[in-house]
Design a binder for this molecule. Structure first.
Ligand code: NAI
Ligand code: SF4
Length: 513
């Protein structure tokens, strides 16, 4: 009997290796795949039965016999019919969880290389035009049109150009880059080779964070096995050393060049002067992995899906205190409420949802009253937030939002590269300010006495409201005065916490003065 068990890092953390061993010991042929992406049903096994796959999960090594005789109560049936999967549009993650990630024959048999072959039959300009027509925007978070970025690199004359893949997925609650690299590495390689053909680059780098050992191994092995397929394009993996700021594109380039990762001032844009001063396409994993579909199925097939100016699909990562955490790829336009309540199934704790942070540690917090928001770059920007890398983290009503605002400032202080003052100094002052605001809120806390008294311009001790005004002022300075998104976006979680959950910061009536 042939069975399929994921070898994705998350699946392994949930016990997939033991499950795979138990099926092998029972005489089964075990194929290790990527993850299907729904963690509440893992460890998951799919048993090949009459040419179809029947899924069971979650199951453990003790369940092998009951799974194999079909009597196990955790029988799911065909995974595609499960509600979490039936409503998805898997353009980028079509093969993830289905194929053996490193098996070249499996990749080719499931639509692999079709995009690259189509690209090779086109001129570089035609490839760039197709990416433009698809409407694809940068999936790392900024949403800049990928085709326009590629056009800039194509139009810049140089003896050498590079393709750099940003796989320094540092946002909390995100894991799509990792899942793709572990579950379908050739898809990323194909996307990068297409980019190379489109702009005239023959070498590429994949910069992966060191926290992703499985992805590093999978990509290195996949690069070695597919070298002949993508030649003359060549690729190598570079491993980061754990700095969040190295996910910022210019710091990432510095890091590849062997220097300490520090943000460069723009301009010049990397598209014009990037790696070693050469024109460089630098794209997120998900942007590059979307490209094979666009070339294989046509730009229109991608552009037909979506909402407003956000075209195509987004691999959304649902995490935090949520029942159905996992990867959900769907066209833009799905609402935040659908994602949290219906697809995510509400909180894992069973308590009411209080806040959802969208876009990683630099994203805004939204209360349930904003669950009507459609997943769309513009709609989120208008609502004072961002989609970012599409990680959504759910919190129940036990969350303390002043604490979360403080965490954002603290995170920025720890991860700041130190180049500019609003971020380097502002974040530390922000932590102190939130501590004072919280200490001033309840009269009986006693914490205030332990703090230095800060005077206002009239020489009196600053009031609670004045401290809050100062926090807003500081956020303003960080937002407009920081060189990169780390300092510039930290105000999003802080201000959204303040705007939507003001009660957690203490009311004016609780002033100690
Ligand atoms: P940005 O808006 O400065 O730039 C976006 C991209 O477009 C860059 O690659 C830039 O070089 C390029 N670009 C701009 N104008 C161009 C032109 N005329 N021609 C060619 N290329 C051009 O945004 P940035 O600072 O690169 O990214 C900020 C985003 O990063 C945030 O939205 C945030 O969500 C996201 N982020 C993602 C993380 C992750 O783990 N994926 C972590 C932290 C932040
Ligand atoms: Fe460095 Fe922060 Fe300035 Fe970005 S905002 S360049 S991380 S100091």
């Amino acid at each position: 009997t042939r069975v399929f068990v994921s070898k994705d890092m998350a699946s392994v953390a949930l016990g997939a290796d033991g499950l795979a061993r138990a099926f092998a010991d029972a005489g089964c042929e075990v194929v290790r795949t990527g993850s299907r992406g729904l963690f509440s049903i893992e460890p998951l096994v799919e048993v090949e039965t009459d040419g179809a796959r029947i899924a069971y999960g979650p199951v453990g090594p003790g369940d092998v016999a009951a799974v194999l005789d079909g009597s196990h109560p955790a029988r799911i049936g065909a995974i595609e019919a499960h509600p979490f999967f039936a409503s998805q549009q898997r353009f980028t993650f079509a093969r993830c969880g289905v194929t053996d990630p490193l098996n070249l024959a499996d990749y080719a048999a499931n639509g692999g290389w079709k995009g690259l072959e189509a690209a090779f039959s086109l001129s570089p300009q035609e490839v760039v035009d197709a990416v433009k027509a698809s409407g694809l925007r940068g999936r790392g978070g900024a949403g800049f049109p990928t085709g326009i970025k590629w056009q800039t690199v194509l139009d810049t004359d140089a003896d050498e150009k590079f393709i750099v893949c940003n796989a320094d997925e540092g946002d909390s609650g995100t894991f799509a880059d990792r899942m793709l690299m572990e579950g379908d590495p050739y898809c990323l390689i194909e996307g990068m080779a297409i980019a190379g053909h489109a702009v005239g680059a023959t070498h590429g780098y994949i910069y992966i964070r060191s926290e992703y050992p499985f992805a590093i191994e999978a990509m290195r092995e996949a690069i070695a096995r597919s070298a002949g397929k993508v030649a003359p394009f060549t690729l190598e993996v570079r491993v980061g050393a754990g700095a969040y700021v190295c996910g910022e594109e210019t710091a990432l380039l510095d890091s590849i060049e062997g220097r300490r990762g520090q943000v460069r001032a723009k301009p010049p844009l990397p598209a014009i002067e990037g790696l070693w001063g050469k024109p460089t396409v630098i794209n997120n994993v998900l942007s590059l992995a979307a490209v094979p579909f666009i070339l294989a199925e046509g730009a229109q097939a991608y552009a037909d899906v979506g909402f407003g100016r956000s075209r195509g699909t987004m691999p959304i990562q649902i995490a935090g205190n949520v029942k159905n955490g996992g990867l959900y790829e769907v066209g833009f336009g799905v609402t935040l409420g659908e994602l949290v309540d219906e697809i995510g199934g509400g909180t894992a704790s069973g308590r009411p949802v209080r806040a959802v942070q969208v876009g990683g540690p630099l994203g805004a917090y939204f209360p349930p009253s904003m669950f009507h928001l459609p997943f769309d770059y513009e709609a989120f920007a208008q609502a004072g937030g961002l989609i970012g890398h599409a990680g959504i983290t759910v919190f129940d009503d036990s969350v303390d939002m002043a604490h979360m605002a403080r965490f954002a400032m603290e995170f920025c202080a720890v991860e700041s590269c130190g180049k500019c003052t609003p971020c380097r100094i502002g974040s530390t002052r922000g932590v102190e300010l939130i501590d004072r605001i919280v200490a001033k809120a309840p009269r009986e806390s006693g914490a205030l006495e332990a703090m230095p008294q800060i005077r206002n311009t009239k020489g009196a001790a600053r009031t609670h409201d004045e401290e809050i005004d100062l926090l807003r002022d500081l956020c303003d300075t960080m937002k407009y005065g920081s060189l990169c998104a780390l300092g510039g976006f930290t105000p999003y979680p802080v201000l959204s916490a303040l705007d939507h959950f003001r009660e957690d910061f203490g009311g004016a009536s609780a002033l100690p003065e």
